[in-house]
Design a protein around this ligand. Sequence first.
Ligand SMILES: *[C@@H]1O[C@H](CO)[C@@H](O)[C@H](O)[C@H]1NC(C)=O
Ligand SMILES: *[C@@H]1O[C@H](CO)[C@@H](O)[C@H](O)[C@H]1NC(C)=O
Ligand SMILES: *[C@@H]1O[C@H](CO)[C@@H](O)[C@H](O)[C@H]1NC(C)=O
Ligand SMILES: *[C@@H]1O[C@H](CO)[C@@H](O)[C@H](O)[C@H]1NC(C)=O
Length: 232
Amino acid sequence: MFSVAVMAIIVTVCFGDVRQGQDCPNFEVPLLNSIDAPLVAKLDMAKLSSQLNYTFTKKYGKFSTTHKLKDETKQLNVIIEEKVKNVTMELTENLRTPTVTFTARDLKFDSNLIGKTLIFPNLIVNFDDGYDNTTGVFTAPYSGMYLLTVQLCPEMNDSIHAFIKVGNGKILADLNFRNNVGEHGPCVSSNGVDFLTKGDKAWVFCTHANSNGDVIYIGGHGNSFSGTLIHR
Ligand SMILES: *[C@@H]1O[C@H](CO)[C@@H](O)[C@H](O)[C@H]1NC(C)=O
Ligand SMILES: *[C@@H]1O[C@H](CO)[C@@H](O)[C@H](O)[C@H]1NC(C)=O
Ligand SMILES: *[C@@H]1O[C@H](CO)[C@@H](O)[C@H](O)[C@H]1NC(C)=O
Ligand SMILES: *[C@@H]1O[C@H](CO)[C@@H](O)[C@H](O)[C@H]1NC(C)=O
């Protein structure tokens, strides 16, 4: 396409010059082959026109219109401009980071957690629908760098050990906490950044708790799982 651009520009310049009876310094040599050099100033316009047309037709295919060469050059320029616009748009689209963000709050169940995926049912945001609030599993809608965070609030004197797992079960974040501070907190969080391929999963898995009873304080809204696509 860029060789077309160069060609089109050369033809525009030369055509203008020739009309004014001047030399055409930028003319490509192959185009001048059969033109008598001393006669450049008195060029036969029909001959030049048909030669240029021949060169174009040979290189870029037949022009179906009866437009003059100048118009054909304009047409080429329009096509080139459109192509450049198209390619620019494609590039911009490919570089853009789509909005993928979820925050899911509260716990579907707060006892009997050991060996389970924690499910956060209340969606605060879920752009691009990556988080499934019935299974607790996030599925990456695009490949890219994701930040994932979990926050949990153990009951007083209870402990919980949970992971954010990604892909085929790799541990991305490790939350291990025993609350001997207060009855309504504190809540603690853990997070990690990782590259997820489109379709990869992420979830919060409870590997251990001090009991299978009620170990999580759900009175506030401190329990949450969130994620954001930082960039692709
Ligand atoms: C250009 O060449 C083609 C085929 O060689 C011909 O059909 C067409 O009429 C020509 N156009 C001009 C403007 O001379
Ligand atoms: C530019 O994109 C439009 C829409 O996809 C398409 O119809 C058109 O043919 C493209 N133009 C060029 C020069 O590729
Ligand atoms: C999941 O989120 C949707 C939309 O916010 C809500 O209507 C639905 O009740 C939630 N599902 C569960 C299991 O809580
Ligand atoms: C937590 O443990 C301490 C020390 O054993 C005890 O005094 C307190 O009553 C316990 N609190 C709760 C809410 O279980």
